[in-house]
Design a protein around this ligand. Sequence first.
Ligand SMILES: NC(=O)C1=CN([C@@H]2O[C@H](COP(=O)(O)OP(=O)(O)OC[C@H]3O[C@@H](n4cnc5c(N)ncnc54)[C@H](OP(=O)(O)O)[C@@H]3O)[C@@H](O)[C@H]2O)[C@@H](O)CC1
Ligand SMILES: Nc1ncnc2c1ncn2[C@@H]1O[C@H](COP(=O)(O)OP(=O)(O)O)[C@@H](O)[C@H]1O
Ligand SMILES: [K+]
Length: 489
Amino acid sequence: MRRITPDRPWPLHGNAGSRALEARTAAALPPNALMQRAGLSVARLALALAPHAQRFWLACGPGNNGGDGLEAALHLARWGKQPLVSWLGDAGRLPPDAQAALQRVRAAGIALADAPPGAHDFAIDALLGLGSARPLEGRMAEWAERMNSGGTPVLAVDLPSGLSADTGRGGGVRATHTLSLLTLKPGLFTGGGRDAAGEIWFDDLGADLAAEPPAARLIPQPGVMARPHDSHKGRFGDVAVVGGAPGMGGAALLAASAALHAGAGRVFCALLGEPMPLVPGQPELMLRDWASLDLAAMAVACGCGGGDAVRAVLPRVLSTARALVLDADALNAVAADAALHPLLAARPARGWSTVLTPHPLEAARLLGAATQAVQADRLASAQALADRFRCVAVLKGSGTVVAAPGQVPWINPTGTAALATGGTGDVLAGLLAARLAAGQDAFEAAGQGVFLHGAAADRWPVGHSLTAGALAKALSPRASDQAGIRQGC
Ligand SMILES: NC(=O)C1=CN([C@@H]2O[C@H](COP(=O)(O)OP(=O)(O)OC[C@H]3O[C@@H](n4cnc5c(N)ncnc54)[C@H](OP(=O)(O)O)[C@@H]3O)[C@@H](O)[C@H]2O)[C@@H](O)CC1
Ligand SMILES: Nc1ncnc2c1ncn2[C@@H]1O[C@H](COP(=O)(O)OP(=O)(O)O)[C@@H](O)[C@H]1O
Ligand SMILES: [K+]
């Protein structure tokens, strides 16, 4: 058992993959052994998290998730703790493993209540796991609310009850800790999952994770991009930012600043609005008329603050830039104008890379769907975008998803709601363009870029507000090398 940190590309398995691994692992073990392992693991983590707690409330549901809780109760009792078991099951309808656990609990003389205890020091949520099929209601919803408002730590067994393993959808228990069993589930890391799950721990219970293809992977902390001593600015590539319609120059300048701080050799900024001779405080940026830029020789970030003006430049951008990040208004223009789609679709055949960086509303426009539908299954939405436009799709938000055709998608473990402030998306677009300019593969650049963007926010000093301008300046090509990156999950 271990706490999850982004030290490797952890495989994430959804409901179907987890069930297949459960069946495969259980088949190689004596009956009930897997659930006994699960219960022991839960009890050990509870004890480690709250060594001085006495009264452990175990809220156990009607299936095998509840069985895990019953097994944990046996261990806590053996260790001299007071397990307070509330059980919502029907003995006549229990699956066999949970049935065996119930008999063992009864044989141990542990009482089973049908209501929560009056008081407790620590709560264990074993109401629902993979079998969660509909919103919580009735007593189950009441018990979940009791845990949420109890003022004690809450350890969720496998999943916070009510949360979808596949999507991170659905509410219910809001745990302080989650012990994911057998597999790590994607729903813990994106959408509402991060808020519901708290700190994530994992025990594979002996499963061979490689036996089932993952639904996604967690982005690991990138290594350092070394800069040889014998190098010059031309080696790190040029970035052009095309955007900044009248009144929106700031967005383009934020992207350009981010590209500069993320290590691009030279950064050009083509504002589609009012001309500006020099950027105050950022003399390194080179302002150019967009028509004069040799887009074929640069990585281009297009759209940041581009307004309606960006529509006119997109045909040339799409048919000349070899490495391209499309953000914000460029995405809205693509969504609104099907005439641009063939230009986008032609890029992969020419060996050119494209990264789309929509937030959920922009993704919804591109997919012709509602924002809620995009958020309801962020992995599927990002994959649909990548497949439809044959590019790398970065679906932003809590647990950013990075997808590409034929690839296992990434989920980003870094970043917090401190990033929910204007302009941080422009910063990401500039950062990604810098990595493309350095010659990185687009899927890798997108994954590593979103990780570093979020990590820069994670290490933000307490008491200092995060602004997009300051975030851009906090980026560095060596960001992953800096001390003090808070592990983001
Ligand atoms: N087998 C093993 O050895 C191991 C199993 N493991 C554990 O098993 C878990 C999966 O167990 P599971 O498949 O039994 O599903 P589980 O989450 O307990 O729920 C199913 C029950 O809940 C009910 N129900 C659903 N929604 C509801 C709602 N809203 N409100 C009320 N009821 C609702 C549903 O009823 P139904 O929908 O059929 O009416 C059914 O009765 C997995 O997450 C892991 O913890 C692992 O530890 C490894 C060892
Ligand atoms: N709650 C959150 N948790 C993690 N990251 C977030 C959160 N909210 C926003 N972000 C990140 O902040 C950035 C915001 O981008 P975007 O919505 O395009 O903003 P803007 O248009 O103002 O630049 C994205 O990288 C997104 O993933
Ligand atoms: K649970």
